[in-house]
Design a protein around this ligand. Structure first.
Ligand SMILES: Nc1ncnc2c1ncn2[C@@H]1O[C@H](COP(=O)(O)OP(=O)(O)O)[C@@H](O)[C@H]1O
Ligand SMILES: [Mg+2]
Length: 255
């Protein structure tokens, strides 16, 4: 496959007007008896293409659980989940894994880079998993590394990089296969203020790509100003959702 053909394959667009993510009445319980925790209580949530959608709320309110059910890595009890126009209910694990590998990029607090691989090899992984030839994958990985400002480090190992640079590699890896949904769990928590700001600018820019949606879980108030929309969770429920001027008002009252 040529680079052009690989790029074309990887940039299929969603039908117009489709929500990127639709979660309807989803409940998720962990454990049984005394250790039973209801982590999601009939959650309603919708994320749109072209938006950086923050999910905020105190530790333990269910943010990571919500991301996990949307990513199809965690089974839920009841309710409906639709991602990029595909209904996840009733999908087999193997189909979910293929769907996730093709359409979702992940960024976590821990960068999860492979220490024995250089940056190009790390960033190539999602393409190799999607069946792209190594030479093509590495050329494309190098392009995306350049896009996050790491062209000169392409053949270095993760240990030669700062935390902020490692997170940029993780972002390049999350983007390399042009997924339409990027899921981030506390991506700035391990970074200092200035580095976190740079990472948020990059993610906000990525979210502006037509047809692409970034959902970002955080409890870091410094990220709020980058949001297109914010969903605030509390004890397994959605407390409120807001956008536009309401975000500025929220920031003003929470600082
Ligand atoms: N694997 C698990 N087993 C049991 N309880 C869990 C598990 N994961 C999360 N929980 C519980 O579910 C609730 C929501 O957790 P989580 O989604 O991780 O919240 P957040 O990401 O907002 O901190 C918490 O009470 C947490 O202790
Ligand atoms: Mg969490």
């Amino acid at each position: 496959m040529s680079v052009a053909a690989a790029n074309e394959l990887l940039t299929a667009t969603s039908p117009p007007g489709t929500a990127a993510v639709r979660v309807a009445g989803v409940t998720k319980t962990y454990g049984t008896g005394d250790s039973r925790t209801v982590a999601l209580k009939a959650v309603e949530f919708e994320a749109r293409p072209g938006e950086l959608h923050l999910v905020i709320g105190p530790s333990g309110c269910g943010k990571t659980t919500l991301l996990s059910v949307v990513a199809g890595t965690l089974a839920w009890d009841s309710g409906e989940i639709e991602v990029l126009g595909t209904r996840l209910n009733g999908m087999k694990d193997s189909a979910l894994a293929a769907f996730r590998g093709r359409h979702i990029g992940f960024i976590f607090q821990q960068f999860n880079l492979i220490p024995t691989l250089d940056l190009v090899e790390n960033v190539s992984v999602p393409l190799l998993l999607n069946g792209v030839r190594r030479a093509v994958a590495e050329r494309r990985a190098a392009e995306v590394l350049a896009r996050v400002g790491l062209a000169e480090k392409a053949r270095r190992r993760p240990k030669d990089l700062s935390g902020g640079q490692q997170q940029r590699v993780a972002i390049a890896r999350a983007l390399v296969h042009e997924p339409r949904l990027i899921i981030c769990d506390e991506p700035t928590s391990a970074l200092d203020s200035r580095t976190g700001h740079t990472i948020m600018e990059l993610l906000a820019d990525i979210a502006r790509t037509p047809g692409r949606c970034v959902i970002l879980v955080t409890h870091d108030p410094r990220t709020y100003g980058f949001a297109s929309r914010i969903t605030e969770m509390e004890d397994g429920r959605v407390r409120q959702e807001f956008s536009g001027q309401a975000i500025q008002d929220f920031i003003a009252t929470h600082h």
